[in-house]
Design a protein. Sequence first.
Lengths: 76, 271
Amino acid sequence: MNFVLDRLVRRIARDPSLLDELAGEAKAAGLDKGDLRLLLAKDLAGLRERGVHPLLLMQLAGALRIEPMAALGRRR
Amino acid sequence: MAQLIAGYGTSHTGMTIRKYDPAIPAQARVHAAFDRLREELEALAPDLIVMVSSEHLNSFFYDSYPQICVGLGNQSIGWGDAGVASRTVPIAGDFAAHVVKFGIEAGFDLAWAVEPKLDHGFLCPLSLLTPEFNVPVVPIFQNSSTEPLPPFRRCAELGTMLRAAVEARGTDERVVLLAGGGLSHWVATPEMGDINSEFDRWFLGRVEQGDLAALVALDVADVGERAGNGGQEIRNWITAMAAGQGPGELFCYEPVEQWATGMALARLFAR
């Protein structure tokens, strides 16, 4: 589990506009720079590798209108 | 005393509503099973439904994360997540408070929350089974998603306690127990889209036989491997089974490819 990243992902899933001000948010949350890059790139598979909770990945996919099966399934 | 008149299990994916295509036979059969269960509930006319289901990091998060939590109060509203419309759900608050008090006095350290919002884990089945939302509910959240997960033995003990709580109630409510979740599915993992029908059919075979012992003996990690991280929701069925005496009756099982889930509905026990 990645508590720092999970907290931020959950906030973004509820307010995707936070992505626009993510650099400040990430610093405040103590987020790893690599994780910040994954978030800005909306790289769900990369975020999964970093330990983001599966349910939060699904919430983020919904908020960002990304088809989760295509982004995360092995048939992607 | 109050009576536990029946127990049921249903899958709860929001896609049952959000992605329903009646032209696809497997999906239509699932909805027919929901219709059958809804009619059975209408005939039973319970005074309340105790519903054990799982939530999806909507109502609870890392600031406070219960393994088991009972909803108290007068009413809850839905999150409106997963394509399932938000509704107002009446809470059987007095009965819920009785469950908490009974459970704690019996050594079961239940968490409780006043009028917690409910996500699709509750709202999907309830929308299909009590569409008027005119039957009060005792919502019981059981962790199925976030490690460490409770052993299945503990989930069965919850069911045993719930039966005892019903029977200890001095008033004469007629209670239905409803479990929400499962069967095999993988959430946000590379296997997402897979369904393990072999596991699902084995599980449902145990449901039909009322073979609780075989389910309690399951290993949590092994279930995650064979039925997926979403398959851990079968623990809610195990809780409901433990509150009654099988055999169960399967209403339907369909591995619904479009919903990426093994879908099942069953009567777990009847009085």
